[in-house]
Ligand binder design. Structure first.
Ligand code: AMP
Ligand code: ZN
Length: 470
């Protein structure tokens, strides 16, 4: 990449179910990274993909495609599943105040690129075809490269620890992974290829799409810690098999959000969904918490540390968040003095030092609370700030809290959604009035009844129509 520009690729969701809070932690962590790099003035191209084909159950090559399975169970088209959960993902990301990535490519939108990547790997001798599927030859690759270097594994140990699958598998070695899978006749998600109808392997999309949008070598590759092996290890192997060089300058992995000490996961049911958190509608929660409180809870831990979620922990985070917001409210009305008794430049530097040390948000948060202590001292008249220092302090507090940590004032967030609801309700009431004026009572009744079903009651009076939410 060019001077002053950063290329960042983050593995996105597999859109076969609603994202849980654990998934959100990873995406919120990289949103913070994206925000901080932009704050520093870098021109960041942030690519976060959508996996809409090829991710098999249990991450094994012979399982069923997660999206195809969901489509089968729900009797829907796979693309209906993809659409439903992509929309949900985007809504949740917006509620958490994450910035949209610069490019959000889908695996199904890049089949041609993936076929081309396979062709290159085959040409370079690191893959083989078997009955309409193509597999990456890990053993062959490891002769000239190092498979497992990211996760610190040795291929010999992996081989020693696997059962002998000979005779049961078309792969040469159990460690080999699918680049292209032949589609059985009943398989819906299929594309033509030089090897017959099939679909791409899960690891392939990230190699093809990161190369396409960020080049053969880029700055940052992120994802959750559970993707380090095998997903990222396989990505490295694919890239190296194509170009002969390692694709990434810095690998970053967000650690797991746990619940009761166990990883939050879709498959085990050990998870909390964001909407359950916001509404409090989950028996693990005593009440609802705002997206900003959840974000603050996450930012209080370093992205590389495991973070355990509990009702008590998020209640404590809410107290901290409120204290921070109260401090900022007090700061906005503050009067300047002739001279400063606090060293704002030194405090600011500590905030930057924390972020420059591998995005150490918990240390930053500690400095922000030190900032709140300053605000209280200023309020009590025990310390003073000059106009210049006061402005610099306010700007820095705002930048760190809102632009970099991505928090929002709760009152602002609530006011925003109430305004929108008012607007939508006034529109519906207007449409109902028009229907009644046109004697279209079927439509006017339909509007009222549908709203009642949603728990919104319309009340007509001489002054007009009002609504109440039950
Ligand atoms: P998936 O949709 O399963 O591909 O996961 C999307 C992202 O969420 C990946 O980067 C995963 O590593 C990440 N992830 C999954 N579970 C957790 C968790 N409990 N905590 C943090 N990140 C997670
Ligand atoms: Zn990926």
């Amino acid at each position: 990449m060019h001077e002053g520009a950063v290329g960042m690729y983050v593995c996105g969701p597999t859109v076969y179910s609603n994202v849980h809070l654990g998934n959100c932690r990873t995406f919120i962590s990289f949103d913070m990274v994206f925000r901080y790099l932009k704050h520093l003035g870098y021109k960041v191209r942030y690519v976060r993909n959508i996996t809409d084909v090829g991710h098999m159950e249990d991450d094994v090559d012979d399982g069923e495609d997660k999206i195809a399975k969901k489509a089968r169970l729900e009797k829907l088209e796979p693309m209906e599943i993809v659409q439903q959960y992509s929309v949900d993902f985007h809504q949740i990301m917006e509620l958490f105040n994450t910035l949209p990535p610069s490019i959000e490519p889908t695996a199904t939108g890049h089949i041609i690129e993936q076929i081309e990547t396979i062709r290159q790997i085959l040409d370079n001798g690191f893959a083989y075809e078997a009955s309409g599927s193509v597999y990456f030859d890990v053993v062959k690759f490891n002769e000239s490269h190092e498979y497992g270097k990211l996760s610190g594994r040795k291929l010999e140990d992996m081989i020693a620890n696997t059962r002998d699958l000979s005779g049961q598998d078309e792969k040469k070695n159990p460690q080999d992974f699918a680049l292209w899978k032949k589609a059985e006749p009943q398989h819906i998600m299929r594309w033509p290829s030089p090897w017959g109808d099939g679909f791409p392997g899960w690891h392939l999309e990230c190699t093809s799409m990161s190369t396409k949008y960020l080049g053969t070598r880029f700055d940052i590759h992120g994802g959750g810690m559970d993707l380090k092996f095998p997903h990222h290890e396989c990505e490295i192997a694919q890239n190296e098999a194509c170009t002969g060089k390692s694709p990434v300058n810095y690998w970053m992995h967000a650690n797991m959000l746990t619940l009761n000490g166990k990883k939050m996961a879709k498959s085990t049911g050990n998870n909390i969904l964001p909407r359950e958190l916001f509404s409090g509608n989950n028996d693990k929660l005593s009440k609802g918490f705002s997206p900003s409180v959840a974000r603050f809870f996450m930012m209080q831990a370093h992205y590389r540390s495991i973070l355990d979620f509990s009702d008590d922990a998020i209640i404590a985070a809410e107290k901290g968040y409120n204290r921070l917001m109260e401090g900022l409210d007090n700061l906005s009305g503050m009067k300047a003095s002739n001279a400063s008794t606090l060293d704002i430049a030194a405090w600011k530097q500590l905030c930057y030092d924390a972020m420059n040390d591998d995005f150490n948000t918990p240390i930053l948060v500690a400095h922000l609370f030190e900032g709140v202590r300053y605000i209280n001292l200023l309020k009590e008249g025990k310390e003073t700030l000059s106009a210049g220092d006061l402005e610099s302090f306010s700007k820095a507090m705002d930048a760190f809290v809102f632009d970099i940590l991505g928090l929002k004032r709760e009152s602002e967030a609530a006011a925003g959604s109430n305004d929108k609801l008012e607007g939508v309700m006034n529109m519906l009431i207007g449409m109902r009035n028009e229907a009644r004026a046109n004697k279209d009572f079927a439509l006017s009744d339909q509007i009222r009844n549908r709203l009642t079903e949603l728990g919104i009651e319309l009340k007509d009076s001489k002054e007009g129509t009002t609504f109440t939410i039950n």
